[in-house]
Design a protein around this ligand. Structure first.
Ligand SMILES: *Cc1c(COP(=O)(O)O)cnc(C)c1O
Length: 354
């Protein structure tokens, strides 16, 4: 459908914003006053609507509950220095959303509804955007299959929803990782590149086992030989070996992270050497033994950068120097934050200012 008029808004009569302690935000706890809802049926998307955030009423036979047709995005909006709202890299998130939806055989949300929906929703709940440094408004657009019926098939109905939430920066503490060589997250030809719910569901159990052994997350390895590093938990992973940032190349088993791309781009602009190439577990182990590895960090929208302090490789713990503001990862993160909040010029056209 074409959006010919502005998105209709039904405003809440009582804002919940006073319940939020903005000085002590917790990730995922508070949800802003409004959400956008848009339904697909009879072969088309219908008019989007912004309504007060509330529970949904769905039949237990709703397909999303049974066969995993669920896809989401995770993005952030920031307040700029001059008080405007910046939705970060809306185009790149949209393109990935489309790739995920197509892989899961789901109806693709038109770009206009995605962009206008985000703009209108975020502008309406602007007061929910935290002002504290490193905090942001997290945005969760997602689509679920809503056809009622438990016969196994592709759903013919979908619901697109967007809600937002004020969030702190997570992972301020350095994390510990275990290289996982038994379980896998994604295999060639599978859904690893898509942001679909099932990828997360399947990752919880190996992560739970790693937690029981004292690690925060696993480092996933390839599904064929368990020899090459892929991602860390639900983040992309980067290593600084010598003076070079090294990260595994994109493939259908590695999610095309917006943070990954942004940090690589900033690094290149700064003249830092970057390599996107396969990193074997053996190479990583050798880098520890030779003392050439100086940093490792997970990268993703939620944490931006999660510094790593320990990596367990084949049952041996290897330790990294303590995270400091001298770290390359810290400098890249600072630069990214400055671009997002308008303190520094956006050379890349990443900002979508509302
Ligand atoms: C979302 C996600 C990431 C990070 O992507 P960003 O766009 O940087 O947030 C990395 N890996 C997986 C598996 C993810 O789901």
């Amino acid at each position: 459908m074409e959006l010919t008029t502005e998105i209709k808004i039904r405003k809440t009569s009582h804002s919940r914003i006073r319940e939020v302690d903005f000085a002590n935000l917790q990730f995922g706890k508070h949800i802003s006053d409004h959400m956008l809802i848009c339904d697909y049926y009879d072969g088309e998307w219908h008019e989007p609507l912004i309504v007060p955030f509330a529970n949904l009423s769905l039949s237990p036979a709703t397909m999303a509950f049974h066969y995993g047709q669920t896809v989401f995005e995770g993005m952030k909006a920031f307040l700029t220095e001059d008080g405007r709202v910046n939705i970060f890299r809306i185009d790149k998130h949209y393109d990935r959303f489309v790739r995920s939806l197509e892989r899961m055989c789901m109806a693709v949300v038109p770009k206009e509804i995605f962009v206008e929906g985000l703009r209108t929703l975020v502008a309406l709940d602007k007061s929910w955007i935290p002002r504290q440094p490193d905090c942001a408004l997290y945005i969760r657009p997602f689509v679920i299959a809503t056809e009622k019926g438990f016969g196994v098939k592709v759903s013919s109905e979908y619901r697109f929803i967007i809600f937002t939430s004020p969030v702190p920066s997570v992972y301020s503490k350095a994390i510990t990782l275990k290289v996982e060589t038994e379980f896998i997250r994604a295999a060639r030809g599978g859904t690893g590149f898509a942001k679909c719910g099932g990828n997360y569901g399947g990752a919880f159990y190996p992560t739970l086992l790693a937690r029981q052994q004292g690690y925060d997350q696993v480092i996933w390895t390839d599904a064929v030989q368990n020899k090459f590093i892929e991602e860390s938990g639900m983040m992309n992973i980067m290593f600084v070996i010598g003076d070079t940032i090294i990260t595994p190349p994109l493939s259908d088993t590695i999610l095309d992270g917006v943070t990954r791309d942004s940090l690589l781009t900033i690094a290149r602009t700064l003249g830092v050497k970057t390599e996107e190439r396969p990193v074997s577990v053996v190479e990583l182990e050798k880098a520890f033994r030779d003392n050439t590895i100086v940093e490792a960090f997970g990268v993703g929208t939620a944490a931006v950068i999660a510094p790593v302090k320990t990596i367990n490789i084949y049952d041996t713990d290897f330790h990294l120097p303590e995270y400091s503001h001298e770290n390359l990862s810290h400098k890249l993160k600072q630069k990214l934050e400055r671009i997002r909040t308008g303190k520094e010029e956006d050379l890349y056209n990443w900002s979508h200012v509302v």
